[in-house]
Design a binder for this molecule. Structure first.
Ligand code: URA
Length: 294
């Protein structure tokens, strides 16, 4: 049996790991990632044959090659793996935009996001976290990225910060079952809940902007600095942005009023800021009344 002092040491060490973002158990054996299959964005070209007419969209799930027709006695050359596209490549953002533009419904967009292989975060995430609530609801909430609970359950804002968010909206009579549509700028959990890189944000934002166009909310709530800065394309911090209505211009020519507010995870750490968040919620309630939605 492990002596109790030693057990406390182990518990303290585990708590420290979790605080540092190391919250997944891994195997005993190290994995040689260099020996793993080529990165997701790599493109396999047929060897020996003519150059392909068009390179497939890099973000799209590659379709399996059709079996080669039986040919002459020439030996089949080994396939050539073209240099992988760097995972930060601006081309991936273009691919994401093109795929998103091609979607005419929220369902089609969800399928495109689930099939998309151009965001490196997908490799470490358990689930694609697309949305929750009512598509077409008057209020659409956009957060930052799934955390551990969201990754496990495949739904946004279902952990402790999501539960606080639910209670806050319940205080103005709104629920995700009836009035809210909830998503994040990122569809996959960043390892250890780190802040997503600008490249990861840019790739996913291409889909999120189309998501907003297709869901057609009357009002957008941007939860936290990362979501607010990314969606509004500004470097201004959340302390300055929160509580001030902005107008988001979308690529289809429509606009939507957007309210940046504190992220519920920030409120859990800084309960004194709940006063400002309450004032933001009252502002949202007033806006919905002005729009004749309440
Ligand atoms: N934080 C977010 O920004 N989104 C979630 O879905 C969960 C936590």
């Amino acid at each position: 049996m492990i002596p109790s002092v030693e057990r406390e040491d182990i518990a303290a060490l585990l708590r420290w790991y979790v605080e540092q973002g190391i919250d997944e158990t891994i195997g005993e054996e190290a994995i040689d990632r260099f020996a793993a299959p080529p990165p997701l964005a790599a493109v396999v070209l047929p060897a020996g044959g003519p150059a392909p007419a068009a390179t497939p969209a890099l973000g799209a799930t590659p379709t399996p090659a059709s079996p080669a027709a039986p040919t002459s006695r020439r030996p089949t050359p080994a396939p050539v793996v073209r240099a992988p596209v760097p995972i930060e490549s601006p081309q991936l953002v273009e691919d994401a935009r093109a795929l998103a533009r091609g979607c005419d419904t929220v369902e089609a967009l969800e399928a495109a996001v689930r099939a998309f292989e151009g965001c490196a975060l997908k490799r470490t995430a358990k689930n694609t976290v697309f949305a929750d609530g009512v598509a077409g609801a008057p209020v659409m909430i956009v957060g930052e990225a799934p955390g551990g609970d969201e990754d496990r359950l495949g739904k946004p804002f279902v952990g402790v910060s999501g539960q606080l968010m639910d209670r806050m909206f319940a205080a103005i009579g709104m629920s995700r079952e009836r009035d809210l549509y909830i998503t994040n700028i990122l569809f996959w959990r960043p390892p250890g809940n780190r802040t997503p890189t600008l490249a990861e944000q840019a790739i996913c934002l291409a889909f999120t902007r189309r998501h907003i166009e297709l869901a057609r909310p009357k009002v957008l709530v941007l939860a936290g600095g990362t979501a607010a800065k990314s969606v509004l394309d500004t470097t201004e911090g959340i302390m300055r942005l929160r509580g001030k209505w902005a107008t988001l211009a979308l690529d289809d020519g429509t606009t939507v009023p957007a309210l940046p507010t504190f992220h519920p995870a920030y409120l859990l750490r800084t309960p004194a800021s709940k006063r400002q968040s309450w004032s933001d919620l009252l502002s949202l309630d007033r806006k919905l009344r002005e729009l004749g939605l309440r």
